[in-house]
Design a protein around this ligand. Structure first.
Ligand code: AMP
Ligand code: ZN
Length: 139
């Protein structure tokens, strides 16, 4: 628990939230500025600043909970699809420094847009992939 962290305080019920799910590892509550109806944040109960600081077991569990939340949004608000979002680091738009996974329901013709893709040289793609393969361990 980090005293000055808004999400720690929500997890600890010191601050109000619209809670939709909790278990021993995570809490899930509605985003106060939703991009769409039902936009939910899943956060670890322990304070971890971002994904890279978070134990694999907790990070994996968050994805399992994202499925539960997504099912509930299909049934309740009639979502046609979902975007899962995780802004990792200030450069990526992370504002609250307690890991959170956004579950954003999508509706046909909701007008929301994804990031634009760029044209790149395929050789560059393979160069990067090769470097990444040599760096990533499989354990
Ligand atoms: P990010 O840019 O990924 O760090 O997103 C932070 C998100 O937290 C934003 O979508 C905010 O609307 C949301 N948020 C901030 N404070 C609260 C709060 N007290 N309760 C619910 N959501 C919050
Ligand atoms: Zn926190």
């Amino acid at each position: 628990m980090k005293k000055d962290c808004v999400f720690c305080r929500i997890v600890g019920k010191e601050l109000p939230s619209h809670l939709v799910y909790e278990d021993d590892k995570v809490s899930a509550f509605l985003d106060i500025n939703p991009v769409s109806l039902g936009h939910t944040l899943i956060v670890p109960k322990e304070h971890y600043a971002d994904l890279l600081q978070t134990p694999d077991e907790v990070a994996g569990h968050m994805m399992m909970v994202a499925k539960k939340i997504s099912h509930s949004l299909e049934e309740t608000v009639g979502a046609d699809g979902f975007n899962l979002g995780l802004n990792n680091g200030e450069t990526a738009g992370q504002v609250v420094d307690h890991l959170h996974l956004h579950v954003m329901p999508r509706f046909k013709n909701d007008g929301l847009k994804l990031w634009p893709g760029k044209q790149v040289d395929p050789e560059n793609l393979e160069k990067i992939a090769k470097r990444m393969r040599s760096f990533i361990r499989k354990d």
